[in-house]
Design a protein around this ligand. Structure first.
Ligand code: PEP
Ligand code: CO
Length: 451
C-alpha cells in the first residue's frame, strides 16, 4: 500500500514557504551542485527504509525500544576511522546496557552519515566587532569566524554526500564485519571509561553476558552460527533541513514505484520547520521513509494531530515518531493533552523523548551547556507521563560523542562549570561524553525495568 499521494513530486515543496534554507550566493552554482547530486547513487535503499519502518512498528506496539543518538552536527574536520569507531563503541555499549536492563529489542538509529545542517534561531551573530552570518552546519558554511568562511557554498552539498557515503560504508563494515559481535562486548569499553565507576559497572555486565554465552554454548547451542549475535543493524538519520539536498537524493523505488529520500533511512523534521503548511512537511509527506517530528513546548495538540494526518494518513505503525523536547517542567502540562489527542485520532506513533534540546543554557561566563540532571529529569518525567497516559515510552533521542569531552555539566564523574572549556569540541550543541552516556544508559535501563 502506498503511504503517500501518487501525484506528489519531489520538487513540489518549492511552492510552499521554506524556512531555514541557505541563501546560496550564486543560484547557478547551487543548481549545478544539485544536478550533480541527482545523478549520484542513493546512499541507502528503499528496502532498508522499509525494514526500519517494520522495526519501529514494533516500538510503536510496545515490543521494542528506540535509541537515536549521535552528533549534534557532524563535521568535515572530524572525519576518520577512529572517530567513527569511537562513536560506534559508545553506541554499542549503551545498547547492551539498555537491552540487558529492559530485556527488549533495541532499534539503533544514528544521527550519522548526513547530520550536517543546523537551523539557527538568528541568521547572524556578533563576534567581537563583527556581525557575521551564523554557522548553519558544514552542509552550508564553515564555522570559522570570518565572512569568507561563513558564506554559503553549494559545493558543500557534494562534500556532505561523499563524507556520508564513506561514513556509512565504514559503519556497515564495523556493524557486519565482526566489530559489533557480542563476544567483543569487553572491547567496546574505552580505557578512560573502564577506570570510571560506570565503566566498571559495564565491565561487570559484560562479564555476565559472557557467562550467559558460555552457558548457552555449554547447552549445546552453536553460538558461532547464531547470526544475530555477530552483527547489528545501525540505521542512519538526520534532520531533513536543506531541501535542495533531500530533493536531489529522492528516488523512486524500482520495486514498488514509491518515493524514498535515499540520503538516510530515517529523516526528522525539526522544531523550527514543522509548520503543517510549510515546505518541510509538504516534502516529507511525499517520501516513504520512517519520519520523526520534534515536538517542542509551543506545540498545540491539534497542530500535532494535523501533522500526524499529513505525515501518516495511512496510520502505519513505524512511519512516524514524535520526538518530544519540552523540558521536564513544561512536559507535565504540555504532553498529556498531546498524547490524548493523538491517541484519539488513531495514529500509532512512536513516543520518544529528546531530553537535550529544551535544556540548553549559558553559564555566567557564556558557555553553552546542558546539565546531566536536567536531562535525567526530563527522561524521568517523560516515562512517568507516558505510563500515566497509557502509552509506551518507546524512544530516547540524544546527542553524544565517544570522546572524553567536557560539554555537559554533571554526571557521576561530575563535569564542573570551570572545567567546561577544557575539552569543548562541539560545533554546535553540547554533547554527553562517553561516561555520561553510559551512566545515562544504566539509569534509563532501570527506568525501563521499573514499569
Ligand atoms: C537537533 O536535533 O539538533 C535540533 C536542532 O533540534 P530541535 O529541532 O528539536 O531544536
Ligand atoms: Co542539537
Amino acid at each position: 500500500m502506498h503511504v503517500t499521494n501518487p501525484a506528489w513530486a519531489p520538487s513540489d515543496w518549492r511552492a510552499y514557504p521554506a524556512s531555514h534554507q541557505p541563501v546560496w550566493p550564486v543560484a547557478a552554482d547551487a543548481h549545478a551542485a544539485v544536478e550533480e547530486l541527482r545523478a549520484l547513487p542513493p546512499l541507502v535503499f528503499a528496502g532498508e527504509a522499509r525494514d526500519l519502518e517494520a522495526a519501529l512498528g514494533e516500538v510503536a506496539n510496545g515490543r521494542a525500544f528506540l535509541l537515536q543518538a549521535g552528533e549534534c552536527a557532524e563535521s568535515f574536520r572530524d572525519f576518520s576511522a577512529v572517530s567513527i569507531r569511537e562513536r560506534l563503541k559508545i553506541f554499542l555499549q549503551m545498547s547492551v546496557v539498555m537491552i540487558y536492563g529492559s530485556g527488549l529489542p533495541l532499534v539503533k538509529v544514528g544521527r550519522i552519515a548526513g547530520q550536517f545542517a543546523k537551523p539557527r534561531s538568528e541568521p547572524t551573530e556578533q563576534i567581537g566587532e563583527h556581525e557575521l552570518p551564523s554557522f548553519f552546519g558544514h552542509m552550508v558554511n564553515d564555522d570559522a569566524p570570518t565572512l569568507e568562511a561563513r558564506t554559503p557554498d553549494p559545493a558543500r552539498l557534494l562534500r556532505v554526500y561523499h563524507q556520508s557515503a564513506a561514513t556509512l560504508n565504514l559503519v556497515r563494515a564495523f556493524t557486519n564485519g565482526g566489530f559489533a559481535d557480542l563476544t567483543q562486548v569487553h572491547a567496546w569499553n574505552q580505557e578512560f571509561v573502564a577506570s570510571a565507576p560506570e565503566g566498571q559497572r559495564y565491565e561487570a555486565l559484560a562479564a555476565e553476558i559472557e557467562r550467559a554465552l558460555d552457558f548457552v554454548r555449554a547447552c549445546g547451542i552453536d553460538v558461532a552460527q547464531a547470526q544475530r549475535l555477530h552483527r547489528v543493524d545501525l540505521w542512519t538519520s538526520h534532520e531533513g533541513l536543506v531541501l535542495d539536498y533531500e530533493e536531489a537524493l529522492t528516488r523512486r523505488d524500482s520495486l514498488t514505484g514509491d518515493w524514498y529520500d535515499c540520503s538516510a533511512h530515517m529523516l526528522w523534521i525539526g522544531e523550527r520547520t514543522r509548520r503543517p503548511d510549510g515546505a518541510h512537511v509538504e516534502f516529507f509527506a511525499g517520501v516513504n521513509n520512517p519520519l520523526g517530528v520534534k515536538v517542542g513546548p509551543t506545540a498545540a495538540a491539534d497542530e500535532v494531530v494535523e501533522l500526524c494526518e499529513r505525515l501518516d494518513p495511512a496510520r502505519r505503525p513505524g512511519r512516524l515518531t514524535l520526538i518530544v523536547r519540552m523540558g521536564a517542567d513544561r512536559l507535565v502540562d504540555g504532553l498529556p493533552p498531546i498524547i490524548r489527542a493523538v491517541r484519539a485520532s488513531g495514529h500509532p506513533v512512536v513516543w520518544a523523548t529528546d531530553p537535550m534540546h529544551a535544556n540548553v543554557f549559558r553559564t555566567s561566563s557564556g558557555v553553552k551547556t546542558r546539565s546531566f540532571e536536567a536531562i535525567m529529569d526530563e527522561i524521568g518525567a517523560f516515562f512517568s507521563i507516558c505510563r500515566n497516559e497509557g502509552v509506551w515510552p518507546g524512544g530516547l533521542h540524544i546527542e553524544f560523542t565517544g570522546e572524553d569531552v567536557t560539554e555537559c555539566l554533571g554526571g557521576s564523574a561530575a563535569v564542573l562549570e570551570e572545567e567546561l572549556t577544557m575539552r569543548y569540541e562541539s560545533l554546535c550543541d553540547p554533547r554527553l561524553n562517553a561516561r555520561q552516556s553510559l551512566d545515562l544508559a544504566f539509569r534509563v535501563g532501570q527506568l525501563m525495568r521499573d514499569d
